[in-house]
Design a protein around this ligand. Sequence first.
Ligand code: SF4
Length: 240
Amino acid sequence: MTPKKTNKRKTSKPAKSTKARGKTAHAAGTNPKRVAAILAKLDEAYPSATCELKHENAFQLLISTILSAQCTDVRVNQVTATLYKKYTSPEAFAHANPRELELEIRPTGFFRNKTKSVMGASKAILEKFGGQVPRTMEEILTLPGVARKTANVVLGTAFGIASGIVVDTHVQRLANRLDLSRNEDPKKIEQDLMRIIPREKWIQFSHQLIWHGRRVCVARKPKCAECNLEKLCYSKDKTV
Ligand code: SF4
C-alpha cells in the first residue's frame, strides 16, 4: 500500500513587494496624524502669520504680488510706499507712461516684464471686470502676469477665499523638507498639499510656511535647533 501524500501548506506570509514598501514609506510623511501635528506646531509658532506685502486693498496687493516675483517683500514695500501715492487706481496704472513706470519699479528687478504685467492687468481689470479685482480663480488667472501663486495670494489674503495654497520658493522647499510632497513642480506640490491640508487651513498654512521659511527653515543652514517642528522632521537638510 502506498502511503497517502500529505498536503503541507505554506504558512509564511508573502514578502511585501518593493513597490508596496515604497508606498508605505511615502505615506509616512503625509500621515493625517503627522500632518495635524505639523499644523498644530505651526499654529503655536505663528498664530498671527499674515502676508508681509503692505497694501490697502485687493488691487494694491495684486500689483505688489506681481512686483514680488524674484524680489523680497521688503524691497517691494519700499518701492510701493511711493508708487501707490502716485498711482492711486487701476486707471492710473493702465494709463501710466511705461518708461516712467519701468524706472519706478526697476529696483524690484525684471522691470520691463513687470511693467507690462502691471499695466496689462490694470487694463484688463478696467475693461473686463468693471475696475474691480475679480474674485474667482478662473477670472483672476485671465489677468496678464497672474499665475496660481499670485492668484492664491490675492484671493486668500484680500478676500479670504481659499482657492488653493500659495506655493512660493519657501513653501516649495518646506513641503519637500517636511515630506509633505515629493514633487518639485509648484503646481504638483500645490495639488499634494491641497489633498492633505484641510481647506479651512489653506490660507493660514500658506502664510505660516512662508514665515517659517523666512525665519527658521531658511534655504541654507536651516536653524533646526530653534525649530519647533524638529521632532517631526527627518529632512536630510537638518542641521541637528
Ligand atoms: S528641523 Fe530644520 S529642516 Fe526641519 S523644518 Fe525645522 S528648520 Fe527645517
